[in-house]
Design a protein around this ligand. Sequence first.
Ligand code: FAD
Ligand code: GLY
Length: 402
Amino acid sequence: MRFPLTLAKISFLIKKYQFSLNLPDGKRQMTEVLIIGGGVIGLSIARQLHKKGVRQITILERGRTGGEASGAAAGMLAAQAETNEADDFFYLCHDSNRLYPNFARELFDETGVDIELETSGTLYLAFTDSDEREIRHRFDWQRAAKLSVEHLSAENVRKLEPFVSPEVREALFFPNDWQVENRKLLAALQKYAALNQIEIIENAAVERLIIKNGKIVGAATANQTYAAETVVLATGAWTSLIKADGFSLPQVKPVRGQMICFQTAKRLFQRVIYSPRGYLVPRLDGRILIGATVEEVGFDKNTTASGTEFLRETALEIAPSLVNLSIADKWAGLRPFAADGLPVLGAFPEIENLFAATAHYRNGILLAPVTAEIMADKIVGKIESKYLKAFGPRRFQTAKAV
Ligand code: FAD
Ligand code: GLY
């Protein structure tokens, strides 16, 4: 027999719903996967988990989603310009780069946001003897690894990019190093979350993990406990600040990068341009980003006069004709750096269902798609990518024990 919904029943259902969302003792309903950190890594993992069928995903973000390193980045997908040998790290970067065309296409279909993937390649310029030695070394190891890399004369560089300095001596061209507009990437990932009931809670700083009998059961902010079956640390430069009773998290420290930006009415450059001292990233809207400093100054995100001056000189060395432009914007972000400079990806063997995806240092935008795939495969399908072995969170301890 069916009863009509009475007022009392409706009121009971409303109370039950409210209770399940926000329990009176400061505990919240159980979520399947709790991701701590709403940067490009946390957001990309959330999307990939959702695509694999996980339906209860919560992201806790201590500030604003995308408001830290991921928003400060230059968006270069620099697998060849920013690696030094054909090792596991290079192939992780390379594999992620290869995922980008599909990642960009899918995100556009899913959200309508164009992340402005530009595949016009990257130049790496030499101005001095030591620069020439550097690019020849880079050319040699990349050719030996059968990568696409071309050596260009100064004349050919200036044919490709007429605003490059006449002082340039020679250059490398990496056709497969690209760029995206990382702030649009963040917007696309946030929209994916909003469209697919992935819960994002901002201004929620996790202070400690809750571990019971060798298993993660949740995480706590100052005034709220979040119960979860699985927890992923995507906490970037802040990873080591989280407390976990009797259990040590990987040491990750902040490395500041300052950037400046010029605005031009018309686009002057067609591709990313590096020198050994910095880089220039031309955006579609006429902005020219110049980066970046590499500074160990703790959690200080201020820009400095000396940093700005260094970046301006870097820009003028690449393109002296920028001299009359004033700086339209400047900012800084904190790159997450582990002791060996490599990402920390995977499960903690001693704590069931606790995972880390952090320490992407200078390449987290590039590495977002591959990180999301590896982590979601591990969490949902128990699939062990070869990269989890190379970049696991306990590799530092193993190294000590040997
Ligand atoms: P973040 O974006 O820092 O996100 C981590 C998030 O976790 C933050 O939002 C933080 O608030 C949150 N969080 C931390 N602790 C807690 C907690 N306890 N509770 C709740 N939330 C928490 N990479 C590239 O691939 N290409 C580039 O061109 C490039 N350029 C860069 C230029 C600069 C100037 C900088 C600074 C970085 C650059 N990077 C680049 C590196 C890239 O930005 C990072 O590797 C990447 O953003 C790391 O992503 P993330 O999500 O781990 O970190
Ligand atoms: N990958 C560019 C930077 O970290 O500055």
